[in-house]
Write a protein that binds this ligand. Structure first.
Ligand SMILES: Nc1nc2c(ncn2[C@@H]2O[C@H](COP(=O)(O)OP(=O)(O)OP(=O)(O)O)[C@@H](O)[C@H]2O)c(=O)[nH]1
Ligand SMILES: [Mg+2]
Length: 285
């Protein structure tokens, strides 16, 4: 498809024009997530740049500043992109906060804290009910740099993350590989395909000192947005109920938080029993 046509289609996409109307949704929310320092903020700046036809502006701080606050950036009248806090350790406590961000249960423009206590986490979910959001159609986007190879231990966890994301949002995460020209992206793409990724888009982000637009580079960013909108159109062909979907997301989060907590308690109990057994052996000797 012609580049200008593609950009116009993205700019003009409206949920009202879906086969069954908007069904109660009023915007498409691209939720960027992944590990720290993978190029999420740079991706937002590139998307804004490619769609604006104007000068390059650094909207989201990229580079030295680590994103700690959840922030939303409007791309078109229908599409908004959210810069979520990145994962540092990939443990279940961080993961449940990542899922809470993806499920739209964490407020925008506030620092995202990892909630290690079960009650603390559940109270935060309850707080979100003060001003519940039913109207965002969530599309998860996992951002990963080509320069960072997934190690064996991370592969299984990433597969689980993809599956949980799909269960939470109903959409399989789109994988965006950044730094396309700084590594072997075919190799990295193959690894993500093996983890079940359905759609993978590789891009080279634009920066203040690297802002010469080319057709191919721009088209990669537009293809990412088209891919997200294709997913939305596909799901909007079926009858949906945004309120019920939000309740289902909350149930998912409560169960995940509970299971994580139980597993942690069992682990602690086992450690304590092992220590007691060790002490008893020492006392006998
Ligand atoms: N060459 C190149 N560098 C990139 C690209 N994307 C991001 N970077 C660099 O990678 C680093 C991290 O980019 P950010 O945009 O800050 O990444 P982030 O995921 O927002 O990071 P946190 O907010 O810290 O978790 C920066 O030094 C960027 O310049 C890319 O496509 N190409
Ligand atoms: Mg960032």
């Amino acid at each position: 498809m012609d580049h200008n046509q593609l950009r116009d289609d993205i700019q003009n996409f409206r949920l009202d024009n879906c086969p069954l109307g908007n069904q109660g949704y009023n915007r498409v929310l691209l939720q960027l997530f992944g590990y720290v320092g993978q190029g999420r903020s740079a991706l937002i700046n590139s998307l804004k740049y490619v769609l604006s036809k104007g000068k390059y502006i650094m909207h989201a701080e990229s580079g030295c500043a680590i994103t700690l606050e959840r922030k939303a950036y409007e791309l078109t009248p229908t599409i908004t992109v959210v810069d979520n806090r990145g994962l540092a350790h990939m443990n279940n406590f961080e993961m449940r906060t990542v899922y809470a961000q993806l499920g739209n249960f964490m407020p925008l423009n506030e620092k995202v804290e990892w909630r290690y206590g079960y009650e603390d986490f559940v109270y935060k979910l309850e707080d979100a009910d003060l001003d519940p959001n039913y109207t965002d159609f969530i599309v998860p986007v996992f951002v990963h740099t080509v320069q960072c190879v997934l190690i064996e231990n991370e592969k299984g966890k990433t597969r689980d993350i993809f599956r949980n994301c799909r269960n939470l949002t109903g959409v399989f995460p789109i994988v965006v590989l950044t730094s396309k020209t700084h590594g072997n992206y075919f190799e990295v793409e193959k690894k993500f395909r093996c983890l079940g990724a359905e759609r993978i888009v590789a891009v080279e982000n634009y920066f203040e000192d690297d802002q010469l637009q080319t057709l191919g580079r721009n088209t990669d960013f537009l293809m990412l947005l088209k891919s997200a909108l294709d997913d939305v159109t596909f799901r909007m062909e079926y009858p949906r109920n945004p309120r019920e979907e939000r309740i289902e997301r909350k149930k998912f989060l409560l169960k995940y938080a509970h299971d994580t907590d139980v597993a942690k308690r069992e682990e602690k109990l086992k450690e304590k029993e092992q220590q007691t057994a060790k002490n008893n052996i020492c006392n006998i000797q």
